[in-house]
Write a protein that binds this ligand. Structure first.
Ligand code: FPP
Length: 239
């Protein structure tokens, strides 16, 4: 049995969880924050090195203004430094953070700075993030380097692109989990999940427990990761 070093999660189902209880959508997000804390602690104890959480997508800016505002203030209040410190967790961000309200940006960057020396689990929050935005930014940066004569088009490799992404310093996730029953990637880590195992479950994010995380890891362990090779090749290399 092995624990993936990087797990990415699309935390879906907060709204439906709330609706089924006759509550406001924002109550679902509040309950979702509890799950973020629970799963951060569980992943840390299981020895996961990187946990990337899709908290707010580029497309989420189009939600009703009141829901966006509720999510923003929730994101600030949920950055529990005590939890991060107790678990030696380092907080990082990916996404178009210049688009965030200044108070949100300052508050989160403060936590990023104060947890920078922690050496356990790295929690990467994807905020105002979408994969197509990230890839577009990377293409622009690479084009500028070509224009400046620093780079020849024929020397552009997969590594050049990987290094231009927000995730340059992290390994690709071996496992991607999506809660809430939908089976799609919703513009999340499209480049980085090229060979990830994908685990979809019906459980709404507020109901997701550490046992559900363990079930996803067990699923990952049952998979043979072939990276385009044959089963025989993988077995021979592993021996
Ligand atoms: C999807 O549920 C979830 C979100 C858009 C936001 C996720 C945010 C949190 C869990 C809170 C803050 C996060 C952190 C990292 C502190 P949905 O509203 O799309 O649910 P639905 O599909 O049932 O409507």
């Amino acid at each position: 049995m092995s624990t993936p070093q990087h797990i990415a999660i699309i935390m879906d189902g907060n709204g439906r969880w709330a609706k089924e209880r006759g509550m406001e959508r924002s109550s679902g997000h509040e309950a979702g924050v509890e799950t973020v804390h629970r799963i951060t602690e569980a992943a840390s104890q299981m020895g996961v090195r990187y946990l990337t959480l899709y908290a707010f997508s580029t497309e989420n800016w189009n939600r009703p203004e009141s829901e966006v505002a509720a999510l923003m203030s929730l994101i600030i209040s949920s950055m529990e430094e005590e939890l991060f410190m107790r678990n030696n967790v380092r907080l990082r961000l990916i996404g178009d953070i210049d688009r965030l309200p200044e108070a949100v940006r300052k508050s989160i960057l403060g936590t990023v700075e104060r947890t920078a020396g922690n050496t356990g689990l790295t929690v990467i929050i994807a905020l105002s993030y979408s994969s197509k935005w990230e890839l577009t930014e990377a293409m622009r940066a690479i084009a500028k380097r070509v224009q400046a004569g620093e780079l020849l088009p024929e020397t552009i490799s997969e590594a050049t692109i990987g290094e231009a992404l927000n995730t340059a310093e992290y390994p690709d996730p071996e496992l991607l989990i999506r809660t809430g029953g939908e089976v799609r990637l919703s513009n999340f880590l499209l480049w980085q999940t090229a060979y990830s195992e994908l685990y979809f479950c019906d459980t709404y994010w507020p109901d997701f427990q550490s046992s559900d995380l363990q079930a996803a890891i067990d699923y990952y362990n049952r998979k043979e990761r072939r990276f385009g090779l044959t089963s025989e090749q993988v077995t021979t290399t592993a021996q």
